[in-house]
Design a protein around this ligand. Structure first.
Ligand SMILES: NC(=O)c1ccc[n+]([C@@H]2O[C@H](COP(=O)([O-])OP(=O)(O)OC[C@H]3O[C@@H](n4cnc5c(N)ncnc54)[C@H](OP(=O)(O)O)[C@@H]3O)[C@@H](O)[C@H]2O)c1
Length: 377
């Protein structure tokens, strides 16, 4: 069905509002996607909703409840195709049909094989006009972890690194606290909070006493979003190829964790954290295999907060979707450690990155960059 330019502008306007609502679920929806919904009748918003967390009602259900009888003959704007299957909650497509909607506009189709076009089909069969691909780019950005997992069976991997202006990440001794200032550290707290998994390596935990927890007072969010973020902390994953980190380390004392290793789990770990044995051919943890296992457990986004060896390994294996590099106005000198352990001999071998954003964070700078071509799948 062709629509007028005026209608297309209105569709984009209401979808932008639905996306704004979906962003409320930034810290809580995983493994589910972030979804928002707006119901509009006679040019008025009569119902709004967003998905809070797995097992709880989907965005459409919240919006339909708010709209009540006003949903009859109205248009629903949803940031993801309404589901058509019985999961933990009944299908939203049926709820929209039963409520008597006249039209449903989705930002994008759901790549979940259990839905994949069937939600829109169900609506059309019931005589509801449908439209897809409205602000699709924004909708995909909102759920890049969920989409990567559904489309490729891997989580979205974001690598965070803090470096000096001369590209160094720790002194030769391993000392690295603190390179950046409080505003950058607060931004990192929010990156942790939105992730399903925060991942690091044994040497970072041993050198820094790192715990990788989310701390309410450092998030820099309002009370409502702080409470949401704290209600759904990420799983902390430690790569410790030879189980060198003792169980009384602050990392383990800080809460549940998963350890990925290459060696048989020793008796001392018997009552400790869950251990996954994922040896690679090179005698180190097989990072891809670990990511596949995490995706199978419903992990959408992984934040890697590691040093140059482990971050370099993710980079060299083409497993990184996005870099978040915080740059501080200091030099650490030529004996300090590099950003990535990745020896390259010639310019022609230099990996290309597209810098998508640079912004000031307090006195530091934050660079977002994505590998070109994209991470291998
Ligand atoms: N500036 C920053 O943003 C930042 C962030 C974090 C850490 N740091 C600093 O970085 C330093 C530590 O860096 P790091 O990279 O040596 O330690 P790391 O982050 O702890 O990584 C080392 C761990 O990764 C494993 N590993 C190494 N190469 C691998 C590969 N190819 N495949 C799979 N696993 C692999 C190692 O296995 P094995 O146990 O088998 O050796 C070890 O368990 C510390 O000084 C810390 O302060 C800086």
């Amino acid at each position: 069905m062709t629509i007028s330019t005026e209608q297309a502008v209105l569709d984009a306007h209401y979808m932008a509002r639905a996306l704004e609502l979906a962003r409320n679920g930034h810290y809580t929806t995983h493994p589910n996607p972030r979804v928002g919904c707006v119901i509009v009748r006679d040019g008025q918003i009569v119902g709004e909703g967003w998905h809070v967390r797995t097992g709880e009602p989907h965005a459409e259900v919240h919006a339909l409840r708010a709209a009540g009888e006003n949903a009859r003959g109205a248009t629903a704007y949803v940031t993801l195709e309404p589901c058509s299957h019985h999961g933990r909650t009944p299908p939203c497509a049926d709820a929209l049909v039963n409520a008597g909607l006249a039209r449903v506009v989705a930002a994008m189709q759901d790549p979940n094989p259990a839905v994949a076009g069937r939600g829109l089909q169900r609506l059309e069969q019931a005589g509801i006009a449908t439209q897809s691909s409205v602000l699709e780019g924004e909708a995909r950005k909102l759920n890049e972890g969920f989409l990567k997992r559904m489309e490729h069976g891997l989580p979205f991997v974001r690598v965070k690194l803090a470096m000096s202006l001369d590209g160094r990440t720790a002194m030769a001794s391993g000392e690295s606290q603190w390179i950046t200032g409080p505003a950058a550290r607060s931004a990192v707290q929010r990156l942790r909070a939105q992730a399903s998994v925060v991942l690091t390596g044994a040497d970072t935990v041993l050198a820094d006493g790192a715990r990788l927890t989310v701390r309410a007072d450092e998030l820099g969010l309002d009370a409502e979003h702080t409470a949401l973020a704290m209600s759904r902390p990420p799983l902390r994953v430690l790569i410790d190829g030879r189980l060198r980190v003792p169980l009384d380390a602050p990392f383990f004392k800080a809460g549940p964790a998963l350890v990925a290793t290459c060696v048989a789990v020793e008796e001392q770990y018997a009552n400790g954290p869950e251990c996954l044995i994922v040896p690679g051919d090179d005698g180190q943890v097989d990072l891809r295999k670990l990511l596949v296992e995490l995706a199978a457990r419903g992990v959408n986004e992984v934040l890697v907060e590691a040093g140059p060896r482990l971050a370099g390994a993710f980079a060299q294996q083409g497993l990184v979707d996005e870099y978040q590099i915080f740059i501080a106005g200091k030099f650490l000198g030529s004996s300090a450690r590099p950003l990535l352990d990745w020896p390259l001999a010639q310019m022609k071998d230099a990996p290309e990155l597209k810098i998508t954003e640079i912004r000031a964070v307090g006195d530091d700078w934050r660079v977002t960059a994505i590998p070109v071509p994209a991470a291998s799948v």
